[in-house]
Design a protein around this ligand. Sequence first.
Ligand SMILES: [Zn+2]
Length: 181
Amino acid sequence: MAEVAYWWRGRLHSEREAPPLAVPLRLVKVEAVEWLCPKCGAKAEWGPEPRCPLCGARCEPRTRVEEVPELVDAVEALERAFNRVCRARFRGAAALEPLGIFVPLFAWRPLDLELPDGSRLVGAYAGKPRFLKRGFHNGSTFELPGNLAAIVWSGLLECLAFEVEKPRELVELLSASAGFI
Ligand SMILES: [Zn+2]
């Protein structure tokens, strides 16, 4: 079983020091080749025929195994993070009715959280699933089963819906992590 690292704000953390919403990442082993000078041990830059930057000798390749974080997409990263803190389940992409009369019933929180794939969360809603509309072309109503989901914006209208028992608590947690409370 590979060790699990946690990602938060562009840095890897151990389990002990990871903030609550840090995303668990698997570390995967890759083979890396580096070119070393046989005389002075200096590392050469990549090139067709790497030369030592210090003495100019021809460098030799050395293969070693390196552990690097497994890259995940935004949905998978969020699912792992939310599942870790509140057993949230991802339900799909959705869109809120932009000017619907129900929109004020949602609590909006601005966020600025970076995900491992480089995308950003800009805010989150908590509200009732029956006010969601499907984010696809036919515009039909999108009923989310179970207790309400927290809605995490990944763009202007597109958002990701998560089923959680206490959506407002999740939004509060997100807000605290983003430093916007
Ligand atoms: Zn050298």
